[in-house]
Write a protein that binds this ligand. Sequence first.
Ligand code: ZN
Length: 663
Amino acid sequence: MQTKGSGFSRRSLLKGVGSLGLAAASPKVFAAAAAAAGAPSAPSPDPLPPAVVPTVTSFALGDVDLLDGPFLKARALDQQYLLSLEPDRMLHSFRVNAGLPPKAEIYGGWESVSTWADIHCQGHTLGHYLSACALMYGATQDARFKERTDYIVADLRDCQTASKTGLLTAFPEGNGLMDTMLSGKRFSGVPWYTTHKVLAGLRDAKLYTDSPVALEVLTKFCDWAVTATAPLTDEQFQKMLDAEHGGMNEVLADTYAMTGDARYLALSRRFCHQSVLDPLSRLRDHLDGLHSNTQIPKVIGFNRLYQLTGQKNYLIASAFFWKTVANTRSFVIGNHGDGEHFFPVAEFSEHVFSAKASETCCEYNMLKLTRMLFELDPSAAYADFYERALYNDILASQDPDTGMVTYFQGNRPGYMKLYCTPVDSFWCCTGSGMENHAKYNDSIYFKDDRSIYVNLFIPSVVRLQPGVSLTQTTQFPEVPTTKLQWKTDRPVEVTMQLRHPHWCKTAKVRINGKVVLESRQPSSYIELKREWHSGDVVELEMPMKLRAVPLPGDDRIVAFMYGPVVLAGALGNEGIAAPRADLTVNERLIGTVLNTPFTAPTLTGDADTLVAQAKASGSPLTFSIPASGTATSVKLMPYYKIAHERYATYWKIAPEPDLPTTT
Ligand SMILES: [Zn+2]
């Protein structure tokens, strides 16, 4: 199929990430969903093209249990943080704006402090918090998170009842800020971005805690948005979308899917920023200079709209965006950007050593997009990227002691990770960070009607059907193997699709101790189709090697990886004050708070020779490589484990000095 005007077919677009193999479903799905949800009768939808059924789906959060390992530990820290926060403090301004007395003092940081007043993110934390508690309940069934979700949802309903508008807002100007924006006057900050977070929190409360009240509050809020934006011409609407507006198109599309109300679908389409959708649908990468985290949520919305409408331009735009960002614009940890913006690919070497690279929110959104694309097209390339970003960015973003999270993850040699404070920061990345560590059991396994996909090697149990489960035990990535054991009350025929990762040349599979096959196709799935009996054990062996990964466009600048893990140079804590000095209130100071001069050791010669000279140390995933300058060797260790210490992820390799000439 030729895409109009592009000269590219859909197949050539997706070359390298596999074929789509999409099945069409009846639009009756929506009517049925609406009836099931007891949705009020809505204006009849325009005739829609058939919607798209994903090729594979993830398991429900509650069907996968995490077992002991770094991800379970990270989730436990997140739980502690979520339980330490007080919902009444996050609800403070929502109540004030609705004319209700607040029950507790407002939180600091982006929520109330004048330094950040103009960005208009007040209230975004409540939305992320609601999503995080709902996800945490879905993942753990821990009633404390359901109680918090229910409490917040009930309070938001009280606000809606009192204000009589449907709009829920925590802006200091009350509803006035939205009025100003909708009337086309000048406004500051990102009101729709913040609004999206609250809507997404309500959606997640419905999805993961099955709260009917959340759906009621969500639909009233969406009704307000439908009415409030109705007078805008398309031109006025698009002008409004020049400001960051989060995933408004996504959450409205989701609400349409949950209710069948076509008004939400129509509004979701209006929230599609044409100046981004158009070039991407024509396979044009126009991203240089654009604010990264403004774009990714729009693209997630495009993908969602493709799923709900079958309209191909949404798929083409979202798959092309992923491909260009993941494959050509990303650093070794899987994130991208400098100072929150995309830069020209030819300028990697000018941006790589910035302390303000890789905003963590961007990865939160890239993983969402990756997961959606994988469900449509279960290609190992998506799962490979997910793994890289999960270990080297998301897991790496959390302080293993306090549970606080990063904003940027810079590559300036000798810089260190800086984390938010518990109650005085409330950055965007604090909010998305609350969610990141709540959903680690989300994308380990996927399924279709006859297969299970094992995408990640994380200790866990997955329940496939009543009486049928699979337990994965592993110390991966510290040990390059994983073991999957069946427990069934009857023999079951299931095809196992084991990911053979891109970083491993030859993977070996054993069943009940016997080697059954060797795969020599990195970035593919190893298919095991047979009848499984209780106690059957499948082992996957994936040998890892240390390797140098050159920076795109400059092979003198390299990072080091071992299997899926980025190894950073651990450079000590010279000049760094007492513990917790790396918790910082103000994200704007990142890049300047560690301005004392620091000279990292030098790596000299040739990257492959350095790799050959590296010596494994006593600890797993830890090596020593020869250096010069300020040290004779550098300790390389997993970047995700680095905390409270200076580090280097990228190295500019110095040329070998000229040998003295002999006479
Ligand atoms: Zn952020």
